[in-house]
Design a protein around this ligand. Sequence first.
Ligand SMILES: Nc1ncnc2c1ncn2[C@@H]1O[C@H](COP(=O)(O)OP(=O)(O)OP(=O)(O)O)[C@@H](O)[C@H]1O
Length: 707
Amino acid sequence: MTDNVVPLFKDPTTGTYTLPGDTPETPAVAAPDSVRPVRRWKRTARSLRAAVTSEPARTAARLVARHGMYVLGGTRITAKRAWDGRTGSRYERMIRAAEAAGNFEEAKEWEDRLTRFRSARHHRRMDLLKAPQDAVKSAAYGAGLTIGGLLLLGIVLAIANKDATWILAPITAVIEAIAAAVHVATVVWGPAVTISPWLGLLALWGVGRQRQTAPQWALPAQQRDDAGAPITPSIVVTALRDLGIAPMRKAIKEMGDAGAAMLGPIRIAGCGVEVDATLPSGVSTKEVQGRRRKLAENLGRHEHEVFITLPAAARTVRLWIADSGALDEPIGPSPLVTDPKAAANYKTGKAPWGQDLRGDAATLSLYQRHILATGLSNQGKTAALRALALWLALDKTVEFRIADLKGVGDWGMFDGLATTLIQGPTDEHVIQATEMVEELVAEMERRIQMPPGTVFTPLIGIVDEAQVAFMCPAVGADKRPYGGSKATSRYFMAVRKIHNQGRAVDVLLWEGTQDPTDQNLPKLVREGAHTRISLVLGTESQARMALGDKAVDGGAAPHLLRQDLDKGTVVVASGGITIPAGQTSITVRTHYIDDEQAAEVADRAKALRDGITTAHTVAAADESDPLADILTVLGTEARVLTQEVLKRLAALNGKAYGRWSFIDLKRVLDGTGAEPYKSDGRMVIGRDRITRALTNRPEDGSASATK
Ligand SMILES: Nc1ncnc2c1ncn2[C@@H]1O[C@H](COP(=O)(O)OP(=O)(O)OP(=O)(O)O)[C@@H](O)[C@H]1O
């Protein structure tokens, strides 16, 4: 019950109402007088508090504090400047700053300057001792010369006017001028004495305002919110000072205003700025890297908007700080989509893949490099890998064999472009993918045995969702498992062989894999790739698996990308991309090529090639039908060179035809009426003849290659 409510009680006998403590003889004393002041006090305090904490009052308080602090700060700065100008304290401060930054050479230079300043000051002071005599002498000479000069002028005027009174006229004029000046001064003096302190105050306020000496809380609302504010040297130094690294804080405090000497120039770099900071001795680059979030917050940015890398210079961190929100803006479409004439060259070209953080085009060379692309699910791994394949497909010499172990059609546009396209997630698909990779091994071994100097066409094997293969429990008839990472594991061993020897003969493997662990992405496989790409990952240990220790120690941090927000942003460690000196990786925002656009680019790539027939399974060697397979590989062409037929047969079924030569081709075609013949001086096989031979073949004539 509150103090304002007084309970009444009904007397059952009289029916009247009484106050508590009322008796007929002693009426209840009215509420004590003391109650009232207490209530009033409370009310007054409450309204006072409301008035003081109201927004207009706060704004007024801020205004007063702000301008007061400008004057105080301006006074402090002006006094300091005056003190600096008259003493050697500026030099001493620079010496301390250079020492704190560990730059002893610079400290020595400042010390020399201090010595020179002191000796010059000493000379000035000694000169000052003789100054009064000199001043008296100079005044006497000056007065004598002036009076003499004026007299001379008067004499000349007197002669000219033929009137002796002119002799003193110049002196009289000067005396009158001085009298007038004194009169003016006496009139002005009073107001000047009144106004000058205010002018002085205004000047101090101006200095304080210019140097922003008011505390943050005293600023107007729109200036108080410094999130996304432009980056200045003072913001960077303050952010570093407040990182919570004691030696850094101490060193920067000692440096005072000279703290900005730690920084290189702040350069515009794409949608942000870049600045190198040389750390004071006793502070390691790793410590700064480990406090990325705090640094970002101190800079008024989100964590993902600040990147810390290590440039070539020792004890230096390179900060790239995005303009606020700029990283959330999409980058433009891929040149592959916008330029219908885009071309590719496997050996000399670079895939136009995206933009680095500086906003420069990021291009990747795919020449003789195995690729590993890793990331959490649904973050753009397939799209990033596919964009590379689409560019490379525009070089018609490149052959693709693809196994997509997710199989929802992400690689469907390669049907009619790749020679093999396996799509599906089951063990059966893994078995086929394994056989496809084993065929790549067979082709690689065949190429290795060719005479030195032989030029090979690029053969790219792609296994997307490769973790499915490593985790496959299926075991073959020979008791060898398809998955796993044992010495008997078929997929693992085939990948290892290609990693070890494929590069030199242009048999390359690109793998896309999800959420890496030691089980679904064995160490040896991770390290066999020359180009390692990572989208966002869950942990630093996964980042190490994806990109290697060296890249992560050098600042690569895919685990700090934002899941679902940074789709398509990759961290790349590769010799195929230009990485700034000293860095071990680079962050690239890739262009997104959606399924429809991918199909258009693939159609352009198909138009460069002669009707490729894509095999959707890997045929077993003992099931092959050479005549039918020859017809398949001829596609829509009327005649094809025998060498080309052999190549296509090997691609179609490496096990059956991988080691075939012209003799084998001739053997199966002898007596069929479709034997190789000469056209324009070169041996070819004709499509019509093969079709006829197949039509005329007796029912049991589908002899296999091995029969
Ligand atoms: N470069 C990009 N920019 C913007 N969004 C992208 C980019 N790449 C991919 N995405 C988006 O991410 C989605 C998933 O892409 P993608 O299928 O390539 O991911 P993934 O990592 O391969 O997925 P999964 O793990 O399921 O195979 C796409 O549908 C698209 O919306």
